[in-house]
Write a new protein. Structure first.
Length: 133
């Protein structure tokens, strides 16, 4: 619906085709609606993937330290990523959370996912398949 802001959902689609040994959640624009189902898995590691402007080339990916997230723009989510992470960690000692971001080219309403972001997501899905396949 908003161009490259759909990177997270597209990424989940790509990972499902690769049959990873991981539970995957497409949280769309309301990740807070998936907190309890995610935590119910009993997992010890959560990797959040979303489009965010970190001033790089479209399609680039970056793993963010949780302390770095406050300086990144996530314009289409009503809940801040920091609050989401805090909610996920509440009551779960030892939960590892990583945040991987894709640099969008455009998030204009009605635009499609850019070719640059599609290519970046393919590369990232290959890396995840090697790690979790």
């Amino acid at each position: 619906m908003r161009g490259d802001d759909g990177a997270g959902s597209k990424f989940i689609e790509l990972l499902r085709k690769r049959n990873l040994k991981a539970q995957l959640f497409d949280c769309g624009t309301a990740p807070e609606n998936h907190i309890f189902p995610i935590l119910a898995t009993g997992c010890d590691t959560i990797i959040l993937v979303d489009a965010a402007d970190f001033k790089s080339r479209a399609g680039d990916a970056k793993i963010f330290d949780l302390a770095e997230i406050s300086g990144v723009s996530f314009s289409t989510h009503s809940l801040s990523p920091i609050l989401l992470i805090d909610l996920l960690k509440s009551g779960r000692d030892g939960l590892n959370i990583f945040f991987v971001s894709i640099q969008p080219k455009t998030t204009v309403l009605g635009s499609a996912i850019s070719d640059e972001v599609k290519k970046g997501l393919d590369r990232l899905a290959d890396i995840f398949a090697d790690l979790f396949g």
